[in-house]
Design a protein around this ligand. Structure first.
Ligand code: PMP
Ligand code: GLN
Length: 406
């Protein structure tokens, strides 16, 4: 056998193909469908931020910034977290700037997990989690979020308790949660915090949707680090992409006790070293925008959530109303669908719309087989067009040949 006959990819990465977001976005381009798959806005972020970026480029801020991030951005990150969440972080030792939240999560896994350590997470999970846990040689222990009769996704406390054990190193928690739109309540977070403390585990929190808990959620967004005993064991991760509608900038950050931040920085310096020099001062400007910006941002997304939820419901989908994020999930059973992957692969041809099957975000795909995700971070006219198209969707059973069950 020659080296060209064998897959050169390391074993631990073989289960991971192309991300579902790339697959579905290219399907949208190929078919001309309205893309409600990948979560990226189709409008620009605040003009003050864009102007600051252009000025920084023109002013020559184009060389390597300091490893942890430029001082003005770290100061802005500390001030922002104090203003919104009452959390105090030392900008010199407790904040690090990363290449998006994605790098922060991966660097945290590589920095904190020995091979064989266990990571408790909730499924459906954001796709990069499984890959970054695998890269670290760690083992994921997913706990399933299931839709309840109240229309909210919830975990079973017994299952969560059972997921913690002697090898638990950390819990990876995303709230507001992609793809379900769930906002973890203070009670749900308190139980997570209790288990972390019982098992002396760290918490890594992915809070990229921290400003997108809608006003009708059971509770607003509560950072896990604000709970008693949690600041000292929590690394909070977020990014500019969602809050400032600049997903392509990939400016993220992690905040926490100095030892955790320093561990992340140790790995980050060998992944990307530094990133996004001229964008860092612009994100500092954005973080300091008045409260009105953040209120209007959330209200705008909430209106578009309502528009898409109403439209999907009228088109026959069984919608699970999201309490936050960019996303809404829906059950396809009433439309004759039994498998979200089949449904999403056929949807562009049948209706000219792209969505994402959420079963790919589960270790137990059966738990999400009939659920699909739509993004509503799009202009109202785009959402209207998508909904109009979905109204013309024929019954799925009659329009596609059955795929053999896998
Ligand atoms: N975490 C979650 C839950 C996300 O939805 C996303 C997608 N934006 C990311 C992380 C990645 O963020 P970034 O683009 O800043 O790497
Ligand atoms: N976070 C975005 C989503 O969930 C996509 C990011 C990506 O394409 N990796 O749709």
């Amino acid at each position: 056998m020659t080296s060209s006959d064998v897959d050169p990819l390391v074993t631990r990465m073989r289960p991971f193909g192309t991300t579902i977001f790339a697959e579905m976005s290219s399907l949208a381009v190929r078919t001309g469908a309205v893309n409600l798959g990948q979560g990226f806005p189709d409008t620009d972020g605040p003009p003050e931020m864009l102007t600051a970026a252009a000025q920084a480029l023109a002013a020559g801020r184009n060389q390597y910034p300091p490893g942890p991030g430029i001082p003005e951005l770290r100061a802005a990150l500390a001030a922002h977290q104090r203003r919104f969440w009452g959390l105090e972080y030392d900008p010199d030792s407790e904040v690090v700037v990363t290449a998006g939240a994605t790098e922060a999560v991966t660097a945290a896994m590589l920095a904190l997990c020995e091979p064989g350590d266990e990571v408790v997470c909730f499924e459906p999970y954001y796709d990069s989690y499984a890959a970054s846990i695998a890269l670290a040689g760690a083992v994921r222990r997913p706990v399933t979020l299931r839709p309840g009769s109240d229309g909210r996704y919830a975990y079973d406390p017994d299952e969560l308790r059972a997921a913690f054990g002697a090898r638990t190193r950390l819990v990876l928690l995303n709230s507001p949660h992609n793809p379900t739109g769930k906002v973890f309540t203070p009670d749900e977070l308190t139980f997570v915090a209790q288990l972390c403390q019982e098992h002396d585990a760290y918490a890594i929190t992915d809070e990229v949707y921290e400003h997108l808990a809608f006003t009708d959620a059971v509770s607003g967004h509560v950072p896990l680090a604000t709970l008693p005993g949690m600041r000292e064991r929590t690394l909070r991760i977020s990014s500019a992409g969602k809050t400032f509608s600049c997903t392509g900038w990939k400016v993220g950050w992690a905040s926490g006790p100095a030892q955790l931040v320093s561990a992340v920085l140790r790995v980050k310096q060998f992944l990307t070293f530094v990133n996004a020099a001229p964008l860092q001062p612009a994100v500092a400007v954005a973080l300091a925008l008045p409260d009105d910006y953040f209120t209007a941002f959330r209200a705008g997304l909430q209106t578009r959530r309502d528009q898409l939820v109403g439209g999907l419901t009228a088109a026959g989908f069984d919608v699970l109303n999201p309490e936050g994020t960019y996303f809404v999930t829906a059950d396809i059973t009433a439309l004759g669908g039994t498998d979200g992957v089949d449904f999403c692969r056929a949807l562009p041809e049948l209706a000219g719309v792209v969505a994402v099957p959420t079963q790919v975000f589960y270790d137990d795909p059966a738990a999400g087989r009939r659920l699909i995700r739509f993004a509503f971070c799009k202009r109202p006219d785009v959402l209207t067009e998508a909904v109009n198209r979905l109204h013309r969707l024929p019954d799925f059973r009659r329009s596609t040949p059955p795929r053999s069950e896998v």
